[in-house]
Design a protein around this ligand. Structure first.
Ligand code: CA
Ligand code: CA
Length: 503
């Protein structure tokens, strides 16, 4: 009890001795019993010039509790909240600046002391933030563990894939040989079929032509002895050139008769010395020569019947048009054996191509895995979980989409194609905090400007959310993403006030 009585005046004395607006840390410079030396050392003045509302020190340190020095500052203790320096001109200006109200000691304004309430709210906010950090950090540790496991699995998978790639390559090679082997008989059989078909076509063409020639020949070969004589020609009055109704021997000999011969699809013009039409085949030609002598004997006889026969309407000498080519030119289906070769080769091709596709897929998986495993996902891989995700933020006008480590885009809310705001560039935080910022570069070019780019700031949060997107300067976007991976290790939990039961 005695101790308390003794202590109280001491405390009171300390309070009184400290001039207004001086912080606890500075109060030893202000001793009432000594002259005051300005804090910048520019002058020494009697102590009664401290807070006399006249500025004596260049740094304003003699007037911490008045508004006399324009560059001076006033210290509010703000017990229960944070101490604060305010510019001296705010002292007694009628506005409460310190939560403890000490800046308005002589202005007629009464400031309520709100420090306790402010302190309580701040503690709440800090507690909430600490809670977020704690929870975030807890999640971050899980993320790190998850990636460790996932990475190991991916590495295992990669080894598996590399092994199966080797055997797939062997398989592809083997199937290529099988395919090539199967294609040999296929090609042979197909070529053979083609050749046969072409030969057959040529033969039937020759036959058609021969038939045409034969029928034309038969038209003229009235006595069907295998040779056409002048007399026989003379029975065809339609061949009469001078229009006298009779085909004279002379006319018959120079007759430009066009009769097809089998060896040549073009029409043959008879030569002067040999006005007679050749027989349809070579053998018959010989026959014709043999019968040449007989011809002349028959001439007279034939000319006698000419008049009667000329009344008949002879068939045209023009060969009929060949049959429509569509049916004729179509290759007949392959025979069973050839088709079997083709089927076998096709099966071999299919198998080979399938194996080749599998190999390509495996190759791609390997590339993707290698890329993912070697990616820089932060000091402990805590950002790896973002790799195959995308996060969106919808504003009044746009839908922003962030696919971490890949790209950022912006799409009009009411439809339209997306604009690339940058593809993954690098971690871009300051040296001591490299993983606090991501940079996405080389987006769609701005009209008469640079390529769009985006900086993504990573903030500690329990959830992964894009919280804001802005365009601080033209075509340079700024995004904020909260993620547990950005949470720092929280300080050890402080014991809550009143928990001191030990005393
Ligand atoms: Ca003064
Ligand atoms: Ca004030």
């Amino acid at each position: 009890m005695l101790l308390l009585v003794l202590l109280l005046p001491v405390c009171w004395a300390v309070e009184v001795k400290r001039p207004r607006g001086v912080s606890l840390t500075n109060h030893h410079f202000y001793e009432e019993s000594k002259p005051f030396t300005c804090l910048d050392g520019s002058a020494t003045i009697p102590f009664d010039q401290v807070n006399d509302d006249y500025c004596d020190c260049k740094d304003g340190s003699d007037e911490p509790g008045t508004a006399a020095c324009p560059n001076g500052s006033f210290h509010c203790t703000n017990t229960g909240y944070k101490p604060l320096y305010i510019p001296s001109r705010w002292v007694n200006d009628g506005v409460c600046d310190c939560c403890d109200g000490t800046d308005e000691y002589n202005s007629g304004i009464i400031c309520e002391n709100t420090c306790k309430e402010k302190g309580r709210k701040e503690r709440e906010t800090l507690q909430q933030m600490a809670e977020v950090t704690r929870e975030g950090f807890r999640l971050k540790k899980i993320l790190i563990e998850d990636w460790k496991k996932a990475r190991e699995e991916k590495q295992k998978k990669l080894i598996e894939l590399q092994t199966s790639k080797k055997s797939l390559e062997d398989q592809v090679e083997m199937l290529r040989l099988v395919k090539e082997e199967a294609e040999k008989p296929e090609k042979e059989a197909k070529d053979q079929h083609q050749k046969l078909w072409e030969e057959q076509q040529a033969a039937s063409k020759a036959q058609r032509e021969q038939e045409l020639a034969a029928s034309a020949f038969q038209e003229l070969d009235d006595d069907m002895d295998g040779a056409v004589t002048v007399a026989e020609l003379q029975t065809h009055s339609e061949l009469d050139t001078d229009g006298d109704g009779v085909l004279s021997e002379g006319e018959a000999q120079v007759l430009p008769t066009d009769v097809p011969v089998p060896s040549d699809p073009h029409l043959m013009k008879p030569k002067e010395e040999q006005p007679l039409v050749a027989s349809p085949t070579a053998e018959e030609e010989e026959e014709e020569e043999e019968t040449d002598e007989e011809e002349e004997d028959e001439e007279e006889e034939d000319s006698q019947v000419q008049g009667e026969q000329s009344k008949e309407t002879p068939p045209p000498l023009v060969p009929p048009q060949p049959a429509s080519p569509t049916e004729e030119d179509k290759m007949p289906p392959y025979d069973e054996q050839t088709q079997a070769f083709i089927d076998a080769a096709q099966e071999a091709r299919d198998k080979f191509e399938e194996a080749e596709r599998s190999l390509k897929d495996v190759d791609e998986s390997i590339r993707n895995l290698e890329q993912e495993i070697s990616f820089d996902f932060g000091p402990n891989g805590e950002f790896a979980y973002l790799y195959s995700q995308c996060y969106e933020l919808t504003t009044n006008e746009y839908i922003y989409r962030l696919c971490p480590f890949k790209l950022v885009s912006q799409k009009p809310k009411l439809g339209g194609s997306p604009t690339n705001l940058g593809t993954w560039g690098s971690w871009a935080g300051p040296e001591h905090d490299k993983f606090s910022t991501m940079k996405y570069e080389q987006g769609t070019g701005c009209w008469q400007g640079p390529n769009r780019s985006t900086t993504v700031r990573l903030l500690c949060g329990k959830e992964t959310v894009v919280t804001s997107t802005t365009e601080p300067s033209r075509c340079e976007y700024l995004m904020e993403l909260t993620t547990p991976a950005a949470c720092p290790e929280p300080p050890p939990e402080l014991p809550i006030e009143g928990d001191h039961d030990e005393l």
